[in-house]
Design a binder for this molecule. Structure first.
Ligand code: PLP
Length: 398
C-alpha cells in the first residue's frame, strides 16, 4: 500500500522548485533573457579549475578504484583533508581544544543528507526541533520525517538575528535540538558571536534545567560566502554543536551531492554521537557518498569561493531595488536578498511580480509572511536587465 505521508510530500512539492519549474517553461516560451528567474540557489559562478583537474586525475585511475565503494563514512584521505583544513582555519577559536580528526567526520550527499542524518541521530519520535523563521523549508520535511514536531521561532524582526529569549520561551521538555543556518538562507544574515553566545547560554541553562541535552545543529553551506564579516566557529561557543556542511555552494557543486557531518571532538557525547550518525546514515541509505567527488574534496578542500562575483551582484541588486523604493535586509552573507513585499500578502505580491516576468520566492514557505527571497547567484546581466521590471512593479504600488 502506498505510504500516504510520502505521497503527500511528493504531491505537494516545494514552492521554490515549483517556481523554478514554471521559470523553465516560461523561458522556453519567451526566451531565457526575458525571464528574471530569482528562484533557485543554484550558483552561477563556475566550480574552480582545480575541480576539473581533480576529475581528470580520477578518470586516469583504474575503473574499479574510480567507481568502487568507499567506506560508509567516506575515504579516510578525504576525511583527513577536511579535518586538517578545519583545524587550520578554526584552531585559534578553539584555544587548546581540538577542532576535528578524520573519524569525527561522516561524508554525505550534500547538506540535505547531512541534516536528515543528524536529525535522525539526535531525536526520537514525539520530540520537538526548533527552527529560526524564516527558515529553509525542507527543515520541516526532514524534522517531520523523524516523527518530530517543527517548532518555528521568529528571528528578530529587524536584524533577523536569532532571538535567544524567544528560543528560550519555545523550549519544552520535548525539545531535542535547534537548527541554525548562518550565513542565512533566506535572509543573508550572519549570526554574530554575541547572538551565538546568548543562544548557547539559553541552551546550556535550559538543557540543565530539563535534565537532557539540547543539540545545536549548525547548517553551514554558505560559510565561505560572506561580505567582510566574521562567521564564528559554532562548536567553540556551544559544545553540543553538530556541524552540517556541503560543497554545493562554496565549490559550486550542487548537482554532485557532496558534504559532511562533523561531531566535534569537544562534544560531551562525542563517541556515541559518531556511532549514531553512522547508524542514521546506514538506515537512511546515505552511505558511501559519491566517490569521485570525495576525491575532488580531498584535492580542493581549501579552494576559495569566488565571492567577488556575488558581491557585484549584491551591489547591483541592492542599489537598483533601493532606487526603486524597496526595503530589504542588507545581506552579510549567502546570495539571497530578503525583500519586503509591497503588500501584506507575499503570494499576491509574487503574482504581480510574475506579470513583469520577475520570479522571486514568496516568504510564506519560509515560515514568515510579507517578504520575498531574491536569489542573486544568477548572471550579472540578468540582475541589471531586471531592474526596469522591479521599478515598474514598485510604480504599481505608488
Ligand atoms: N541548507 C540550506 C540552508 C540550504 O540553502 C540548502 C540548499 O539550498 C541545503 C541545506 C541543502 O543543500 P544541498 O544541496 O547541499 O543538499
Amino acid at each position: 500500500m502506498i505510504n500516504e505521508t510520502m505521497y503527500g510530500y511528493g504531491a505537494s512539492k516545494s514552492s521554490i522548485r515549483d517556481i523554478a519549474a514554471y521559470a523553465a517553461v516560461r523561458k522556453a516560451e519567451i526566451g531565457v533573457e526575458n525571464v528574471f528567474d530569482f528562484s533557485l540557489g543554484n550558483p552561477s559562478v563556475p566550480a574552480p579549475a582545480a575541480v576539473a583537474e581533480s576529475l581528470k586525475r580520477s578518470a586516469e585511475l583504474p575503473p574499479v578504484q574510480v567507481h568502487g565503494y568507499t567506506p560508509a563514512n567516506g575515504l579516510p584521505a578525504c576525511r583527513e583533508a577536511v579535518a586538517a583544513s578545519l583545524t587550520r582555519r578554526f584552531s585559534a577559536e578553539m584555544g587548546d581544544a581540538p577542532v576535528a580528526v578524520a573519524d569525527d567526520l561522516y561524508l554525505t550527499c550534500g547538506a540535505a543528507a547531512s541534516l536528515s542524518i543528524t536529525l535522525h541521530s539526535v531525536t526520537n519520535p514525539g520530540d520537538e526541533v526548533i527552527v529560526i523563521a524564516p527558515y529553509f523549508p525542507e527543515y520541516r520535511v526532514w524534522i517531520e520525517t523523524c516523527g518530530c514536531t517543527c517548532v518555528e521561532v521568529m528571528a528578530d524582526a529587524t536584524t533577523f538575528q536569532v532571538d535567544a529569549d524567544a528560543v528560550s520561551a519555545a523550549i519544552t521538555e520535548r525539545t531535542a535540538a535547534v537548527i541554525i543556518d548562518s550565513p542565512n538562507n533566506p535572509t543573508g544574515a550572519v549570526y554574530t558571536r554575541e547572538t551565538l553566545e546568548k543562544l548557547a547560554d539559553v541552551l546550556e541553562a535550559r538543557g540543565e534545567e530539563l535534565g537532557h541535552p539540547i543539540y545545536l545543529i549548525s547548517d553551514e553551506p554558505y560559510r565561505e560566502i560572506t561580505y567582510g564579516v566574521e562567521v564564528p566557529w559554532v562548536p567553540s561557543i556551544y559544545a553540543r554543536t553538530i556541524v552540517c556542511y556541503s560543497y554545493s555552494k562554496s565549490l559550486s557543486l550542487p548537482g554532485e551531492r557532496i558534504g559532511w557531518v562533523l561531531v566535534p571532538p569537544t562534544n560531551p557525547e562525542h563517541d556515541r554521537l559518531v556511532l549514531s550518525i553512522a547508524g542514521a546514515g546506514r538506515t537512511l541509505g546515505f552511505v558511501c557518498a559519491p566517490a569521485i567527488f570525495q576525491r575532488v574534496v580531498t584535492d580542493c578542500v581549501d579552494e576559495p569561493s569566488d565571492v567577488a562575483a556575488y558581491a557585484e551582484n549584491r551591489a547591483a541588486l541592492t542599489e537598483g531595488l533601493a532606487a526603486a523604493g524597496f526595503e530589504y535586509v542588507e545581506p552579510d552573507g549567502a546570495f539571497y536578498l530578503w525583500v519586503k513585499a509591497l503588500e501584506p500578502d507575499a503570494g499576491a505580491f509574487f503574482e504581480r511580480a510574475r506579470a513583469h516576468e520577475l520570479l522571486p520566492v514568496p516568504s510564506d514557505s519560509f515560515g514568515c509572511p510579507g517578504w520575498v527571497r531574491v536569489s542573486y547567484c544568477v548572471s550579472h546581466d540578468l540582475i541589471v536587465n531586471s531592474l526596469p521590471a522591479w521599478k515598474a512593479l514598485a510604480a504599481e504600488y505608488k
